[in-house]
Ligand binder design. Structure first.
Ligand SMILES: *Cc1c(COP(=O)(O)O)cnc(C)c1O
Length: 384
């Protein structure tokens, strides 16, 4: 490939309005950030509880680096399994009310590891259409038969379960908070179905961990089905503010994943200090439930005001709020206009969302002040 070839390919993307580039942030990840010399209120981050730069987390990391150094040096299975990894896994298992937990390099890798280790050739994996890309990649690479049901359509899922009765194992995989619409899966009904059809249920709580539930354990806790989920996947990178992913399940399932999952086996353990960071973040989640209450209360207020202004917020009932404008150019123009007012709210276009449903995607943090929210609502009121 010559430079011209690459340019041509990139121009093709640009012509479709799909060329992307990186935005440089020149401050720590807080609810206000600096970019291109300007301060912006950040409505584009998964740092839902403000823990990415929280002093309790950063001071724990500094001490951990002094004690444990930086790298893990090897795959966890070779010599990279250190005490902070084990401690964090015990904390995560208790937090998720599971027998055992396994830390993976990212949430993406955790989905690859869990779904690929569980689904073998001949098995059937059943997916919600709006599941996260990592789940779809994981299912496609598993060798199992993959079937997709329309978003939230559990009667269609039931028909798929009937039709895949011959598969040795049926595995339903779902997000608990869907990342583009901000709505929730109906986990009690999914549990009912998986029991009736003797399937397994894997729930990805990436956006819910730390935010939903009395203890902050996620939507499974909030909907009262914690003990009925076979495998929970989560991330340490969203509300917990760091890096890494995890799987929580019965000890034998975790043992099977350790023994068979490439995305866990053939990769280096995360730095021990990253495990300490996640434990410090969990301390704050446990100690300060007002953070999750605050972010969900802000979400109610923002949704209600936007709806009163005539904006469509779709089925959102979480800290993720889409403002659906339809046309891709209009979404981009609106995002640009908000940025001129000092508000960072990304536009989401096809193919990430279906054609005609381009939107702004507001992600709230417990650290957004009433003034931050007021500025957002005022700007969207003026743009209406
Ligand atoms: C973000 C996300 C992931 C990936 O987590 P990372 O730790 O960022 O790799 C997986 N699943 C869902 C539903 C997500 O939203």
């Amino acid at each position: 490939m010559t430079a011209d070839d690459w340019n041509e390919q990139l121009d093709d993307l640009a012509a479709l309005g799909l060329r992307r580039s990186l935005r440089l942030i020149s401050s720590a990840q807080n609810h206000h950030i600096t970019s291109a010399g300007r301060e912006l209120v950040n409505f584009a981050s998964n740092n839902y509880l403000g823990l990415a730069a929280h002093p309790h987390v950063t001071s724990a990391v500094k001490a951990a680096v002094d004690e444990w150094g930086w790298g893990a040096g090897a795959s966890r299975l070779v010599s990279g399994h250190m005490e902070p990894h084990r401690c964090l896994e015990e904390r995560l298992a208790a937090f998720k009310r599971a027998e055992a937990a396994l830390v993976c390099p990212t949430g993406y890798a955790a989905n690859l590891a869990a779904v690929r280790a569980l689904g073998r050739s001949g098995d059937a994996i059943l997916l919600d259409k709006l599941n996260h890309a990592s789940i779809i990649d994981a299912a496609m690479g598993s060798g199992a038969i993959v079937r997709v049901y329309p978003h939230g359509d559990l009667s269609k899922l039931e028909r798929l379960l009937e039709r895949t009765a011959d598969a040795p194992r049926r595995i339903i995989v779902t997000d608990s908070v869907f990342s583009m619409d901000g709505d929730l899966a109906d986990l009690p009904r999914l549990v009912e179905l998986k029991q009736r059809y003797r399937a397994m249920l894997v729930v990805d709580e990436a956006h819910a961990t730390g935010v939903f539930g009395k203890r902050g354990a996620g939507v499974a806790e909030w909907q009262g089905v914690e003990h009925q989920i076979d495998v929970v996947v989560g991330t340490l990178s969203k509300a917990l503010g760091g890096i890494g992913g995890f799987i929580a399940a019965a000890r034998l399932v975790i043992d099977w994943i350790i023994n068979t999952a490439g995305p866990f086996i053939y990769t280096t353990g995360i730095p021990p200090a990253a495990c300490v960071a996640a434990m410090a973040a969990l301390d704050v989640v446990v100690r300060e439930p007002e953070r999750r209450r605050r972010v969900l209360e802000s979400a109610v207020r923002v949704r209600e005001t936007l709806q009163a202004l005539g904006w469509k917020t779709g089925p959102s009932c979480s800290q993720i709020i889409p403002v659906i404008v339809g046309d891709a150019e209009r979404a981009v123009a609106l995002s640009r206009r908000l940025e001129e007012s000092g508000l960072l709210v990304p536009a989401i276009r096809p193919p990430t969302v279906p054609r005609g449903s381009s939107r702004l995607r507001i992600s709230l943090s417990s650290e957004h002040t009433p003034d931050d929210l007021e500025r957002l609502l005022e700007a969207l009121g003026e743009a209406r």
